[in-house]
Ligand binder design. Structure first.
Ligand code: SPV
Ligand code: MG
Length: 290
């Protein structure tokens, strides 16, 4: 069964797929062990991993390589954040071929112009492409996929760009018309009101994807109550958790004058060996080192 099929089945059976951001094979493995339904190959997280802003600086090749490495170390379906599709519809055709081959289960393409600016930054430059142009990009993705279960998710940034709910609905409807499997609607308001209002007003058939980073009170229970939403993406919580933990431990080591105090508060080296599958290396050694 393809990963796209698995993700679709999961959404159908549970009603809401929980998709966790990952920026590395290790974070992918940890998300899988925690029990998430899928991975979000986040552009924001990978950019941050390289110490870069999420403004189309990380190349498609870099993102694709990381996704491939994640797919090798985790069996979870991966939702690839391919930003604007790296250019126009021609670039989208190339990207879809590559991402499907690399093992992605789904792509999210957003209706901003290339190069994009990260969505949640205050006063970010948020330019959208014309509706027709973006319809062409979605149509290009759909025409290129080989597996019919590979999900093409159209993301509208209308609300992020400060446009009206009406404009967001109009865009979502136009993207559904050309066949988008799902609609991701993003908002950076401090409360869920804007996005909840969009979901209530959405009359289309395509299920909705939400990324509640800016309004954390929109928890799974509240999302389920809205109906229509089949996927929630925890967009940047892997990299933020990593930053939190590293800042804390680094500061404590210097403050304590050594590693003696933090040692018991961080995972053991053995735990990292486990995550590296060191046991398999030992088995291989036993069998083949002669
Ligand atoms: C990402 O994680 O790269 C996203 C979500 O696209 S956000 O950063 O909130 O736009
Ligand atoms: Mg992104």
């Amino acid at each position: 069964m393809s990963k796209g099929r698995r993700l679709r089945d999961r959404m159908a059976s549970s009603g809401l797929a929980h998709v966790m951001a990952a920026h590395s094979p290790l974070s992918a493995r940890l998300a899988e062990e925690a029990g998430f339904d899928g991975l979000w190959a986040s552009g924001f997280e990978l950019s941050a991993l390289y110490g870069l802003a999420d403004v189309s600086l990380v190349s498609m090749t870099q993102h694709l390589e990381m996704l491939r490495a994640m797919a090798e170390q985790s069996s979870l379906p991966i939702v690839a954040d391919i930003d604007t599709g790296f250019g126009n519809a021609v670039n989208v055709v190339h990207a879809i071929r590559q991402y499907e081959r690399a093992g992605a289960a789904a792509v999210v393409i957003e209706d901003k112009s290339f190069p994009k600016v990260t969505s949640l930054v205050a006063d970010g430059r948020q330019d959208l492409v014309r509706i027709e142009e973006f319809q062409g990009k979605i149509a290009a993705a759909l025409a290129t996929r080989i597996d019919p279960d590979f999900l093409v998710i159209a993301r509208t940034e209308a609300l992020i760009a400060g446009l009206s709910e009406q404009e967001a609905l109009k865009r979502a409807q136009a993207y559904e018309e050309v066949g988008a499997d799902m609609i991701l609607v993003h908002s950076k308001q401090k409360t869920p009101a804007e996005v909840e209002s969009f979901v209530r007003a959405w009359a289309g058939k395509a299920p909705i994807v939400l990324v509640p980073t800016a309004y954390p009170e929109l928890n799974a229970e509240r999302i389920r109550a809205l109906g229509k939403v089949r996927m929630v993406i925890y967009g940047n919580h892997a990299i933020r958790a990593a930053v939190t933990a590293m800042k804390d431990v680094f500061a404590r080591i210097l403050a304590d004058g050594g590693i003696h105090r933090v040692n018991g508060d961080i995972v053991s080296v053995e735990e990292v060996f486990r995550l590296q599958r060191m046991d398999q290396v030992k088995e291989t050694e036993k069998r083949f080192l002669r």
